[in-house]
Design a binder for this molecule. Structure first.
Ligand code: FAD
Length: 414
């Protein structure tokens, strides 16, 4: 097979585009395929935190205890559709098995290790594409309204500390001094030191794409349907039937990665955690930083498009319609947090790609060394996109990864 490209990447979200840039810096001929505009998928709608402190998985022993309530609830930060849980029982069982305390501690250590490298993957890209103006260096704040909520989080916060997360407990008065607009009850806060947030994630990915194309990268507006690896390369078939040949193929299509046949993803337990946002376009000035409200399960972030309330988890099908109850929940709790919010607003549903052990899949496919996986970044893909791209580019150029990276390989699923 004579290869048109050294590497073809499926998916132009933060993960795929970071991979494209890192591969380009290694001198590779790169094409990136996506039927949609760059950064318009899940990368469009997050809470915008560069959450290097977010090493705790959503898995926890408390989720198991509250599962019966979650299956019935319409009004909590995490809800589970009963039928979805039954249809996806394997994923659910594996998710629950990963809620054991010993597993949570192991996963936290693995995520902590990766998050400590996140800046080394992201910062060179920011400098390369000139995106410094899209970042604000301001400590992110996490707030608990109740003593019970705060005390329930102490174990998790101790795990964070073990991972070297720099944080400072702050009193209710200190929280109110930092963010005077907050109206909900406050018991305690946690300030994550030295963190930053992005003003407009899609703009960041667009800047990356501009740099990529200016430096000879190819952007192909089409989905990848299927791939066939051989000893010398990969035959990549697009949705319109045309074919590309590449030395390697990278799957970075987020929650949609299973739609690419032949890449070894069908056999993996890739699930989806649906999340929502509501952005009040004229209310950005209410806060100076992302504020996470623990009991409500979302962040409020003053980003370029307005004040964005983003978060919550809904375990339901990828193709199920948007759930108006979830958006009503966000709006109601947003008003509890900051008082009545007037003016125009925008609503969104996004799809976090999530493995049942909350670890991303980064590494060679179990079916072929020519196919590399880069998906499953759950709640922290914006933070981990850069380092994932860097690791994938090392694999593409046969540079060894740190031994701990084996824990992210698809091969962990057997
Ligand atoms: C409510 C919410 C809040 C969040 N907040 C944060 C946060 O504060 N910080 C943080 O770090 N992370 C956050 N996240 C997580 C983060 O947004 C995701 O982990 C990240 O955006 C995933 O990026 P991706 O590139 O893997 O996927 P995507 O951005 O979804 O990109 C995948 C791309 O693949 C394309 N595609 C699909 N099928 C194909 C195909 N067959 N061929 C080619 N292309 C295809 C899609 O069009 C899409 O553009 C949040 C997520 C949600 C939902």
């Amino acid at each position: 097979m004579s290869n048109q490209y050294d590497v073809v990447i499926a998916g132009a979200g933060i993960v795929g585009m970071s991979t494209a840039l890192w591969a380009q810096t290694k001198g590779l001929r790169v094409a990136i395929c996506d039927p949609n505009p760059a950064g318009s998928g899940t990368t469009f709608g997050p809470a915008c935190t560069i959450a290097t402190y977010a090493c705790l998985p959503i898995n926890s022993p408390s989720v198991v205890k509250s599962l019966p309530t979650l299956l019935m609830s319409k009004d909590s930060p995490l809800i589970v559709n009963y039928w979805h849980a039954i249809k996806n029982w394997r994923w659910m069982l594996s998710f629950l098995a990963n809620c054991r305390q010993s597993r949570v501690e192991k996963i936290t250590a693995q995520l902590g290790d990766l998050l400590r490298q996140a800046d080394a993957g992201l910062d060179p890209l920011i400098a390369m594409v000139g995106a410094e103006d899209l970042f604000v260096a301001e400590d992110c704040l996490y707030v608990w309204s109740t003593r019970a909520g705060f005390e329930a989080a102490l174990g998790g916060n101790a795990l964070r500390e073990q991972q070297g997360v720099s944080m400072q407990e702050v009193s209710a008065e200190e929280v109110r001094a930092l963010e005077p607009a907050l109206k909900m009850p406050i018991y305690r806060g946690l300030r994550f030191k030295g963190t930053r947030f992005v003003l407009h994630p899609q703009k960041l990915v667009e800047r990356m794409q501009t740099y990529f194309t200016q430096n000879g990268g190819a952007v192909i507006t089409s989905a990848v349907s299927n791939v066939t690896p051989s000893a010398s390369g990969v035959d990549v078939v697009l949705a319109d039937g045309t074919s590309l040949s590449a030395g390697h193929f990278v799957v970075a299509a987020g929650a949609h990665s299973k739609s690419i046949k032949g890449a070894g993803v069908e056999a993996l337990p890739l699930g989806v955690e649906r999340g929502y946002h509501v952005t009040f376009t004229e209310q950005r000035q209410k806060l100076t930083r992302p504020v996470g409200w623990a009991e409500a399960g979302f962040y409020a972030t003053p980003m370029e498009l307005g004040l964005r309330f983003a978060g919550t988890v809904e375990l339901d099908d990828l193709d199920a319609p948007q759930n108006p109850d979830r958006l009503a929940y966000l709006r109601r709790r947003a008003a509890e947090m900051l008082g009545p919010l007037d003016g125009p607003s925008e609503e969104w549903l996004g799809f976090r790609p999530t493995m049942p052990d909350a670890l991303p899949v980064i590494g060679r496919s179990q079916t072929s060394d020519r196919i590399i996986h880069a998906f499953g970044h759950q709640h922290i893909g914006l933070t981990l996109g850069g380092i994932t791209g860097r690791m994938v580019s090392d694999l593409l150029t046969d540079q060894p990864l740190a031994p701990e990276a084996a824990g992210f390989s698809a091969r962990r699923f057997g």
